[in-house]
Design a protein around this ligand. Structure first.
Ligand code: IPE
Ligand code: IPE
Ligand code: MG
Length: 290
């Protein structure tokens, strides 16, 4: 629920189509953090009778476009699910190796572009389980973009939300042990959040491409109150304009965080204010709930 300050934007660089959609958005209510489950590379390739790796390659081009559009409109945080801990364990070795190679290539090619767009790169996931050569490239890319002050782009790599929560518990226990024990340990939501992998606010908007109605072990703790937007478009077909359409849809939602709608809340309060005893209050309450 934190209110995020938007980054400075670079709207001149939006395409004509993007500008039209952007012009209709409420600039005061842009989401601060968008997280995307980039799904459908394999299906995109299958539909064209091409091998899956071609779909992954096209998926990287989509990443480039979406990152630029997000940075241009001044989004503060973009988090992309690049591959899951489950992908790592369950996909054929050749596909995993291809994805690793693609990631190395992406990092090498994208750093100059990220710098041009003032984007800072970070990661979440069990990075230490990735091949050495990938880890080195990740470190290099993170360091090369560390001074950028614009959008924070987080790649979820070998990421699993349950693993993240397990790692957070381990980290809480280790920290307590190293700081005089458990007696003064105050366990609350902020403590758990502060031991998760990333240092970003919770996502406001979660997008999933390719139509599956599931979250596939992504940011389970952090998406507690995210608005969810699912499109049938396959990731390689997703464009900057689709990102802006998702934001427009998000702006049509009413976020309640377990409370009431703002109009029924006012009605509720005024009717309870007029009630002189419990009976009247109950009647007023029931009237509002109808
Ligand atoms: C998403 O595309 C990319 C990764 C999970 C690495 P998929 O590879 O899951 O594509 P589909 O779901 O098989 O179409
Ligand atoms: C989710 O996609 C993971 C990423 C996009 C990286 P999957 O293709 O792995 O998800 P499932 O298997 O359909 O749930
Ligand atoms: Mg998939």
């Amino acid at each position: 629920m934190k209110h995020l300050q938007q980054n400075s934007s670079n709207l001149d660089e939006l395409s004509a189509k993007e500008r039209v959609i952007y012009s209709r958005l409420d600039k005061e209510r842009l989401p601060g953090h968008i997280a995307i489950i980039m799904d459908g590379n394999g299906r995109w390739a299958n539909r064209r009778h091409l091998p899956r790796f071609v779909g992954h390659r096209r998926g990287v081009q989509t990443v480039r476009g979406v990152v630029e559009t997000a940075a241009r409109i001044g989004l503060s945080y973009l988090t992309l699910y690049a591959f899951s801990a489950e992908n790592w364990k369950r996909r054929p070795k050749a596909e995993v190796e291809f994805l690793m190679q693609l990631l190395r290539q992406y990092l090498r090619q994208e750093v100059p572009r990220l710098n041009r767009n003032n984007v800072r790169l970070t990661y979440i996931g069990r990075i230490r389980e990735l091949p050495e050569s990938v880890q080195e490239r990740l470190k290099w890319a993170e360091e090369s973009t560390a001074d950028n002050t614009g959008m924070v782009l987080t790649l979820a790599l070998n990421y699993g939300a349950r693993t993240e929560i397990v790692d957070a518990l381990r980290s809480i226990i280790d920290t307590a042990r190293n700081n005089g024990g458990f007696e003064h340990l105050d366990i609350d939501e902020d403590l758990v959040s502060s031991h998760l992998y990333g240092r970003m606010p919770d996502p406001d908007l979660l997008i999933r491409t390719s139509g599956e109605l599931r979250v596939s072990n992504f940011l389970l703790w952090q998406i507690a109150y995210a608005e969810i937007y699912i499109t049938d478009k396959l990731w390689p077909d997703f464009e900057g304009t689709d990102l802006l359409h998702a934001i427009a849809d998000y702006q049509g939602r009413e976020r309640r965080y377990g409370g009431l709608t703002s109009s029924s809340n006012e009605q509720h309060e005024s009717s309870l204010g007029n009630a002189s005893d419990d009976g009247e209050a109950a009647i007023a309450f029931l009237a509002v709930r109808k």
